[in-house]
Each structure stands twice: as C-alpha cells, then as structure tokens.
Design a protein around this ligand. Structure first.
Ligand code: MOS
Length: 765
C-alpha cells in the first residue's frame, strides 16, 4: 500500500507489453527446497543465546546513555539546569539543545528517496521548543547505564507551556484531506454512493473507533555506536539498514562508504524499528564524548519517542438490494497525522479491493494533534480498517438474515472494483469454503445468544482480511558461486525472525540446483548490496526478484570462463538453463557442466554477480492482493463480561507459500497481534496533558499465553503467475480481519455490538 501509490505516480501508466517477462518465473510450481519446512537458519543461534543483538555488542571503553523526556506537551524550555547531573558519579556528558551539534532533522519517509527515512521531521535537540509530551529534551552519558539513568533524573527543567491540541474530538474540526501521501489517493468516488445508500432496500451506517496503540517488540530500541575518525559504525536494531546508513551519512556530513550500519538480528520489528530521534542523539553523543557509546531505550522511552498506531474514527455504510448485492460502499473517517509525521494510517485501503459495489465513496481525513508521530504498525490501515468494514458486513448480514459468509461471496469482485484492473491471482471464495469446512461454521447458530454453557454464552464470528502485494524497487543482491560447489547470497536484508534468510537459502538452492546446506546467506550489513526496508510485507518477494535477476545474469559471467573445452562451448547465455549444480543447454540437457568444474578449469575460487530486481511493473497492471478468511469461536461470561477466545482459524490466499513452517508462524503471530487489537491493546492518552499514561507492559496489555487459544492456519497455496516464485508477502495479513471476527463472534454470543476497540469486559456489562 505504501509503495503502490508512489511507484504508480513515479512511472505513470505502463503498457502491458512493457511488463517484465510475459513468461512467469520458471521456478513457479517446481518441486524443490521452496515449499519445504526448512528450519530457520537463525534458529540455533537464537535458542543457544549465540545471536548477538545491538545492545549486546561488546566494545572496549563503552559508555552508556539515557534520555530525558519533556513533561509538557507544547511550549518552550526556559531553564535547563544540568549541574547536579554533571556532578553525579560517572557522568561524562549531558547533551541538550545548549551543546548538541547542528544536525538537520531527517527527511520524512519516502520510498523514492532512500535517504528519507524519518518518522518525524522535527529538529532533534536543536532548540528550546517542545512539540509533544515525551519529546527528547536531553541525554546523559555515563560510565554505566545505572549512572546515566540516575543522572537523567537530576536534570531540572522549567518550561513555559503553551496551549496544544491533545483531544481527538476537538481536533476533528481542523481535519485536512491530503491528496496523496505515500499511499493511493485519499479521496475516491465512483457513482453517487450517498444517494444509493439513501434509496437502498437494506442499509447499515455506523461509526467504529480504534484506539492509539504502541509498539512493544521484545527487544527494546537500541544502538551501539563507534566512531573512528570520520568513520562511523552503528550496531542498530532496524528495519531499514541501507537507508539508515545513507541518512546518517547525510545528517553527519560523512561519505556514504564511511558509514556502516550492522543489524544482523532484530528482536521484533512490526514497523516500529525505523529511524527515530534516539539514533541521532546517540551518534552525536558518541562523537562528543569521544568513546563508543550504547543507547538502549527504556520501555518507557520507547512509548515516549517511538510512535505506534493512530487512533481512528471510521464510518462504514453499506447499501444493498434485496439479494444482498452492494449498491453503495462508503468508508470514511479520521486518523491523526501531525504535520511532522509520515504515516497516514490508511484504513480504507483494504475496502477498495474487497467487494464489488455499484458505487463507492472513500475518504480519509487527517487531523493534527500534539503527539509523538504515529508510524507503521503491522498492516497499518488494513488491521483497523478491516475491523470497521467487516463488522459492517456482519451487521448487514444480520439485518438481511443472510449467512455472513454467503453475503461476502455474493459480493466478491472478479476484477478490481475501482480501477478495473485484473487480479493477478485471487481465490477468496476458496479460502472461505476451505476455512468454513475446517472450522465447522455450519454449527453456528444465526440467532445471537442461542448457545450457552453455564454462565458462558458461546458465539462464532468471521471476517475478511487483506493485504496488497508489494515488491519494492531497487532491491539488489550479490550471488557468489564458489569452487567448493556452494553459493553465497549477500544483501543488506533485515532478519527480524520471520524467516527471511531461510526462504532465501531455499530459493538459492532451487535456482542453482545445489543442496540447501551448501548455501550461505549474508544479511544485516549496509556494506552489502542494498535490500529494501523490511516493511510492507515486501522484503522476501523484493529480494526474490533480485535473486531472479542475478541468476539470469549468471550464465553470461560463467560462459566465457567455461571456454571452448566445455560441453557448453558455443552456447549463448539465453540458451542456458541453471540447475543440477551447474548449467546446461536448455535445448539439450545432456550438455551440462557443473559450477565446480567451470571454476576449477578457470582456476578461480569464486565468481560473483550483482543484480537489481526489475522495476515492479506487475503492480501497475494487475490488482495484486492477498486475502484471508478469519474465524473465531469464543465465550462471554454473563457474570463478569470476560471474553475467552477458544478457537481461531485463518484461511489464507497469498500465492505460493515458500516455507510452511515459517509461514504458519508468521500467520499465527499476526493473528495473536489481532487478538491484542480486538481485546487488550490500548494506549491511554491523557487528553488533558497529551501524555501517555500506560507506558509499560504492566499497564499496556498484550495477549499472554493464557489469552491465546489454539490457532489453526491453512492456505490455498495457488501461485501468483505475476510475482517471483508466485509468492506474495505474508508478514502483515495475519493481523487483518481478526478483530472483526472476534467482534462478530461477541455479537453472535451476546447480541451486543461493540464498535470501539478493544472489547473490554466493561463494554459487555
Ligand atoms: Mo510493517 S508495518 O511495513 O513493518
């Protein structure tokens, strides 16, 4: 979603004949390592405690930093007294706007500019201005973390506070419509939807609310910084290695090749591990103190300076004829995006491709509040947008007395409902049929409150999920063929535990016809060819496209080395097929020579090719969307209102599944996050002060083991003929549709329709 709009506007409309390879990827449908349950390459190191994270890198003479946060929302610092902090044991430096070097704020995230990575464009410790409650106003560097933390508490600050907008309801009056920003257009009309709604035989028209949410990766944001003259090395935990290196070079006036960002492992990302104030503060402070420095944010600091999901208010209205066919589909509302933020929280994106309707009216309004800028959080937009849309579909099904799955099937589109583009591959009906059969949907009673066991009322619900296919431009890899018969694939990919390096190894094995254990994957280093950011569920397919390009380039490198004594002599690169640990004539497979043999004869240890994936033109021509059918069974206590989720099932249509083991884990992880969205997660913003009141995992509730039921996942596995390997991304779709399935099950159990998340027990009593 983030990319489609940018790429489309950058390239304009592209004629069909320009599309990459009218022929699909030859690996689609081939049996090999891809599709097998390979164990994660990073698994052993992690369970043995060998994987080294950013805050664990041992450096000599290391010092430690802690942040100080504003306690007011907007205004000016009138006094910042550091004397007591500077006199405290072990303190080496206090950084504030008084002594911070002049550094411009980073440019806001833009996919077309790799040096634009900022989640906030505000200046960092450059002046006395405060823009939101929790903003960094100082940092302390000391010999130990404890000394830094203590000294940070000794800094005395006076403020001149100014009025600030901190109330969602009041800020709505200043809402603005941004024509297009990172995403597709914010306002789309097709036909006269309000008029169709008014004269529809059946209609629902309601407002849904979703709360502020914060990122809670297990691993805190952290970096270990080392300067060596004008060379900078940063061990960070980041979803954007290559662009962070480019940004740091730009901000600190360094040559790009003198900046190295290392991030071999990321302990959870979900969109929050991007570029925030702390990287700039740590890099500047390390230079000032002249020593290697570590800044690991406290959990509270993560809440204060790393944004999460914006609160939203969404109206969904659906008009339908007697048979339940949609005549009007209206989705509009409000989310927050301060002018210094980059994330438009595009909750209507999923609605645009989900259903056919005679008319559409889609509008996103953005409001400005004095808060830490929100950012991308697993399926930004779709996670919360599908809650509103899929609750509304359930409400309409109830009104029409039609089974909610049947109502969805009657309105499935056979092409993109708004653009008219053909789907590249699209089998939601199969997901619904397979999921319903497996879940036992036929045991559901259509009458709310009909099933009861003692104090528990039992209900079933369902909802659709969706996420677009995104292949990012500019992804590059270096593929090295070694004389020992193995191969190495290198790029600056981010391994956040989702299986990126594992599925890449599987692909290299299949592309070259070599054993999986002969493949080495190198990632996590900005000195390697640039991978795209790990985001938009697009990392794996983007790199898969680059690997496809590299393997197409390989014969041209190897043929001249093979020479006239090779069985391949006289063949042109276009006549070669890779496989069986070497290359062969496509026309006559008996003319084959192994990589080992070619390199031995040429007396070379290895040969490398570096290649960039083709521009993702397939996204221009085709509607490329994954879908999911989510099912939930739960019980609600009549006595306490407590909800216990008994079963969840996700039935996915996401193209080829590269590795069933890592994919199932991704889907389940997303669905657990969906449970949090449905039932527990909520950042409490004190609207009087603009301050987050629950910046701790004790008060911000994420689902714990006892909250998580058996989760079943299944998929169609039908390849997408337009993508590398037939795959579409799967990192985010798991969270989508879950909150609606839960809310709809609560309605089925109790007859109560809860339209604001999370569904806490007070809303059911
Ligand atoms: Mo994701 S929200 O693109 O990490």
């Amino acid at each position: 979603n983030v990319l489609v709009g940018t790429v489309r506007s950058a390239l304009g409309w592209v004629p069909a004949q320009w599309l990459p390879g009218g022929t699909p990827d030859p690996l689609i449908g081939r049996r090999g390592e891809v599709g097998r349950q390979a164990a994660r390459l990073d698994g052993d190191a992690k369970v043995q405690g060998q994987a080294r994270f950013a805050a664990e890198v041992p450096l000599d003479n290391l010092c430690y930093a802690a942040l100080v946060h504003s306690t007011i929302t907007r205004g000016r610092i009138t006094r910042l007294d550091t004397a007591r902090a500077e006199a405290a044991d072990g303190v080496l430096l206090v950084v504030s706007h008084h002594n911070m070097p002049r550094v411009s704020g980073p440019s806001l995230i833009a996919i077309t500019d790799p040096t634009a990575v900022g989640n906030s464009s505000l200046p960092i410790l450059q002046d006395d201005q405060v823009h939101y409650n929790g903003q960094v106003v100082a940092a302390v560097v000391a010999e130990t973390q404890e000394q830094a933390d203590h000294a940070a508490s000794l800094i005395a600050i006076d403020y001149a506070a100014e009025p600030a907008e901190t109330r969602f309801e009041e800020a709505k009056s200043g809402a603005r419509i941004i024509p297009s920003l990172l995403i597709e257009r914010n306002h789309l009309s097709l036909g006269k939807a309000e008029r169709e709604l008014a004269r529809a035989a059946h209609a629902v028209d309601n407002v849904y609310r979703t709360p502020w949410q914060n990122h809670n990766a297990i691993e805190l944001h952290a970096l270990t910084v080392a300067w060596e003259g004008e060379k900078l090395t940063v061990h960070d935990t980041t979803q954007m290695i290559a662009s962070e290196a480019a940004t740091l070079a730009k901000l600190f006036g360094l040559k790009r090749e003198d900046v190295r960002v290392l991030s071999p492992f990321v302990g959870g990302g979900f969109g929050g591990k991007g570029f925030w104030d702390h990287q700039v503060v740590a890099v500047a402070a390390a230079r000032m103190v002249g020593r290697p420095l570590r800044l690991q944010l406290s959990r509270e600091s993560v809440y204060r300076i790393v944004g999460g999901r914006s609160a939203t208010e969404q109206r969904v209205a659906i008009g339908a004829d007697q048979e339940g066919r949609f005549t009007a589909l209206i989705h509009n509302g409000y989310s927050v995006m301060p002018p210094y933020g980059a994330c438009p929280e595009a909750y209507t994106l999923g609605t645009r491709s989900a259903y056919r309707a005679k008319s559409f009216e889609i509008l996103q309004r953005h409001i400005d509040m004095a808060v830490v800028p929100n950012t991308f959080m697993r399926a930004p937009g779709e996670a919360i947008g599908t809650f509103a849309l899929e609750s509304a579909v359930d409400e309409l099904a109830h009104e029409l007395a039609i089974d909610p799955i049947e109502l969805r099937l009657r309105n499935l589109p056979d092409k993109h409902p708004i653009t008219g583009a053909p789907f590249s591959q699209h089998a939601p009906a199969k997901s619904w049929a397979d999921g319903a059969a497996r879940f036992g949907w036929d045991r559901r009673s259509a009458t709310p409150g009909a099933r009861r066991e003692g104090e528990w009322r039992i209900g079933m619900g369902c909802g659709s999920g969706s996420f677009p296919y995104i292949r990012m431009p500019g992804a590059a890899v270096r593929l090295t063929i070694r004389r020992d018969g193995g191969a190495t694939l290198a790029c600056s990919a981010q391994e956040m535990g989702m299986g990126t390096s594992t599925v890449l190894a599987q692909q290299v094995a299949d592309r070259l016809g070599i054993p999986l254990d002969a493949v080495v994957i190198e990632t996590g280093d900005s000195d390697l060819p640039p991978a795209p950011m790990a985001g938009g569920s697009g990392q794996s397919v983007s790199i898969a496209g680059a690997l496809l390009a590299a393997s197409e380039k390989l014969p041209g490198e190897l043929l001249p080395l093979a020479g006239n004594d090779s069985p391949l002599a006289g063949l042109r690169p276009g006549e070669i097929r890779l496989g069986q640990e070497g290359m062969a004539s496509a026309a006559d497979p008996s003319r084959h020579e192994s990589f080992r043999s070619i390199l031995t004869r040429a007396n070379l240890d290895e040969v490398s090719v570096t290649a960039t994936g083709t521009p993702p033109l397939e996204m221009m021509k085709f509607a490329m969307h994954s879908t999911a059918a989510m099912f939930c069974e739960l019980r609600v206590s009549d006595v306490t209102g407590e909800i216990r989720v008994d079963r969840l099932l996700g039935s996915f249509d996401c193209g080829t599944i590269l590795n069933p083991r890592t994919a199932a884990s991704q889907f389940r992880g997303g669905m657990i996050m969906g449970l949090g969205l449905a039932l527990t997660e909520e950042t409490l913003l004190d609207e009087r002060s603009g301050r987050i009141m629950n910046p701790t995992l004790a008060d911000y509730h994420i689902p714990a083991h006892l909250d998580v039921p058996d989760i079943e996942v299944m998929w169609t596995g039908i390849p997408d003929p337009r993508s590398p390997l037939g795959a579409r991304g799967i990192g985010e779709i798991g969270i989508t549709g879950v909150a609606a399935a839960v809310a709809n099950a609560v309605f089925n159990a109790t007859g109560k329709r809860v339209r604001d998340l999370p569904i806490t027990l007070d809303k059911l009593l």
